[in-house]
Ligand binder design. Sequence first.
Ligand SMILES: [Zn+2]
Length: 145
Amino acid sequence: MSNERPLPILTDHNRPFWQAAAEHRLVMPSCNACAKLFYPIGPVCPDCFSQDLGWKQVSGRGKISSFVVYRQAFFAFFKDKLPYAVAQIELDEGPRYSANVLGVDPAQLHIGMEVEVSFERVSDEVTLPQFQPRFAAALQAVDAQ
Ligand SMILES: [Zn+2]
């Protein structure tokens, strides 16, 4: 079992997403025909099947709609991270995005918890959008002043 962190593979389809993340911006695919934002990234709008797609920046705010706490590492990289949480975040703009929730004891997580995006740079190419409780983001902003 490799100790390396499993990372997304960049393609022509998803590169704009990862480029934005490297600039600490969260973007979602958007449909130019029906104006809907969606995720995951795909070749057509899941709503109207248009191939006329673009990208829109979102607020990075949302609520936990589902989550799981891992107590077993399926990749060696995560062995010393246990327990850790993976949550599905329903963004204020609608799409649901899955990420780790950092800066909080996984036992404190609950459905409906307000969270905000933060960015974790893991390689030259990949900066992962992660999430943290919204109050933690507010505290960090105060600390930074
Ligand atoms: Zn559409």
